[in-house]
Design a binder for this molecule. Structure first.
Ligand SMILES: *[C@@H]1O[C@H](CO)[C@@H](O)[C@H](O)[C@H]1NC(C)=O
Length: 323
């Protein structure tokens, strides 16, 4: 999730971004999606910018809006030159920041028949200043897919889908524009402040529904609380009053399986001794129950991560808010 600040002189960029319909009726804009090999669980789209094409690996963020990259030579394409100071500054919830100049360029995508297709005048950021905590992943930047006016999704007819299956398979794709279709059961999505809010009703482990009052997941009219979908982080963040029942149920199951707790300094989430493949084969499916009867069902490999041998941790973190 990000906070974006723009200087007022950017009004032209904003006006251009508002003029959606960039895709001119075409509906076949795709880019390959791969997993960041340094930040596991973060996905990157391969999108080419400019002419000649410069392929960029950009982290997919449904929880922020601006597309920015740090390795594009923007000197040619600034239509807001430095005297006009059309600058951006983005701050993400993990504390990282990026700042630079707003520009426009042509973006090139793949088509379903293995050709390419381009869209002109996409507004994006050329980043040249970063916080001391520079993101350590493999990507060159971020592609914001939120619902805000500068988002790539908004600039391309406000429709997109992404499909992530087996991570080493070549079929993972981001599809932008009208070609993005929703199939199968769905849950309502509410747009608020450029973000996608979902209605989470509860959490179940196997057959056991955790005792959580769903009111804690509801967004207040002023925008506090609420549940958003943010592909920019591999973790699920839960308020304390949902995190505690989940983590004590997990602790109980680990105690039954005789897997001892490991305390890792500075880790906000419980870790245990053991290997996911070997020791968690009988672990129940954890389902996040959304409105409309749609469940996000996670097996042990999705609920836990194993970053050091014979130790695994829950991929759920207590949200740093006061509830
Ligand atoms: C990104 O796309 C370009 C152009 O299609 C291709 O040459 C390059 O290999 C791709 N990079 C990755 C990491 O898939």
């Amino acid at each position: 999730m990000a906070i974006n600040l723009f200087q007022l002189s950017c009004f032209t960029a904003l006006a251009l971004a508002r003029a959606v319909g960039n895709t001119n009726g075409n509906d076949d804009f795709r880019s390959g999606v791969i997993e960041d090999n340094k930040l596991r669980g973060v996905f990157m789209a391969n999108i080419s910018i400019g002419n000649p094409l410069v392929p960029q690996l950009l982290s997919l963020h449904t929880g922020s809006n601006l597309l920015w990259t740090r390795f594009f030579p923007c000197t040619k394409s600034f239509w807001c030159d430095s005297s006009q100071n059309c600058k951006f500054y983005s701050r993400y919830v993990d504390g990282t920041t990026a700042a630079g100049v707003i520009a426009t360029e042509k973006l090139t995508f793949e088509t379903s028949d293995e050709g390419t297709t381009s869209v002109s005048d996409i507004v994006f950021g050329c980043a040249n200043e970063f916080s001391s905590v520079v993101p350590e992943g493999q990507s060159n930047g971020i592609v914001g897919l939120g619902n805000g006016e500068l988002s790539l999704a908004t600039q391309m007819d406000s429709k997109f889908s992404y499909c992530i299956g087996r991570l080493n398979a070549p079929h993972n794709h981001l599809i932008l524009g009208d070609g993005a279709k929703v199939e199968g059961p769905s849950t309502p999505v509410e747009f608020f402040n450029g973000l996608y809010h979902l209605k989470l009703d509860g959490i179940t482990l196997g057959d056991k529904k955790l005792a959580i009052d769903p009111i804690i997941f509801r967004r207040t009219p002023s925008g506090n609380r609420g549940v958003i979908i943010d592909s920019g982080t591999p973790f699920i963040f839960l308020p304390r009053s949902a995190f505690e029942p989940l983590s004590s149920e997990v602790q109980r199951l680990m105690d039954n399986a005789l897997l001892p707790r490991v305390d890792r300094l500075g880790f906000p989430t419980p870790c245990f001794k053991g290997a996911i493949d070997r020791d968690l084969s009988g672990f129940p499916i954890v389902s996040f129950n959304f409105a409309g009867g749609v469940d996000l069902s996670l097996d042990a490999k999705s609920m836990f991560f194993e970053d050091v041998p014979n130790q695994f941790c829950m991929a759920v973190i207590p949200a740093a808010y006061v509830w």
